[in-house]
Design a protein around this ligand. Structure first.
Ligand code: SAM
Length: 212
């Protein structure tokens, strides 16, 4: 399981998430921060009729377990590089296939899934290799749906100095479209996540594409 090449501090990130795993499931945090993007993605999956779905950077497995429970597709993979997060995920569902791998090297066969989804994790991935891996495992026409924050203004600049790019980088919506298109996808939609909080607090964007 090789580590990502440009996200040089990714092991630090995934070890950190292992330690935070128990705090992660607080209901209020889940409801305010993480549930709205999951709702948007589950609605897209429902429309697409995808039957083999991979949730990459699945964390404690809340969305992967919801996908399995609410949509009942043929197979759901929950993939994450952090053993601590996956330990929580495993206790959530025995129907999801939990995979402890990096996004850049998921180990699934070529053309084996109809949808790859990811919420609030892509900024940690090594973008081009991860997208190449999603393209490899997806069937032609398969769905890609990624939610990540789009920090704007001074806050964004504070978050993204060169010094922390080994930990995370949040592509802008335009950068997302460029990266995803270059990896062999066609963008079909891009919009802010529907959430009750003002977008300035959690400015996350859903980007949807189809594999060419
Ligand atoms: C903020 S959590 C998001 C979890 C979940 N998707 C959610 O929305 O609740 C980010 C997750 O990304 C995972 N992660 C970071 N880098 C990764 C990589 N290169 N490959 C796979 N997972 C990674 C971390 O271990 C962590 O569980």
């Amino acid at each position: 399981m090789p580590a990502p090449t440009t996200r040089t501090l990714n092991d630090l990130v995934t070890e950190g998430w292992s330690r935070l795993a128990r705090l992660y499931n607080f209901p209020i945090m889940q409801r305010l921060a993480y549930q709205p993007p999951q709702d948007d993605i589950i609605a897209r999956l429902k429309l697409s009729g995808a039957q083999r779905i991979a949730d990459v950077g699945c964390g404690t497995g809340i969305m992967a377990a919801r996908i399995q429970r609410e949509l009942r597709p043929e197979v759901v993979y929950g993939c994450d590089a952090s053993p601590g997060m996956l330990q929580q995920a495993k206790s959530r569902s025995t129907h999801v296939h939990w995979i402890n791998r990096h996004a850049e090297n998921l180990g699934l066969p070529d053309n084996s899934v109809d949808a790859v989804v990811s919420t609030h994790a892509f900024h940690f991935f090594d973008h081009a290799p991860a997208l190449a891996e999603f393209h490899r495992i997806l069937t032609p026409g398969g769905l890609l749906a990624i939610v990540l924050n789009n920090p704007t203004g001074k806050f964004a600049k504070a978050l993204q100095p060169q010094a922390v790019r080994g930990l995370a980088y949040f592509p802008t919506p335009a950068e997302m479209r460029t990266l995803i298109t270059a990896a062999g996808f066609t963008i079909t939609a891009q919009h802010p996540v529907h959430r009750p909080l003002p977008p300035a607090l959690i400015p996350d964007i859903l980007t949807v594409a189809r594999r060419n």
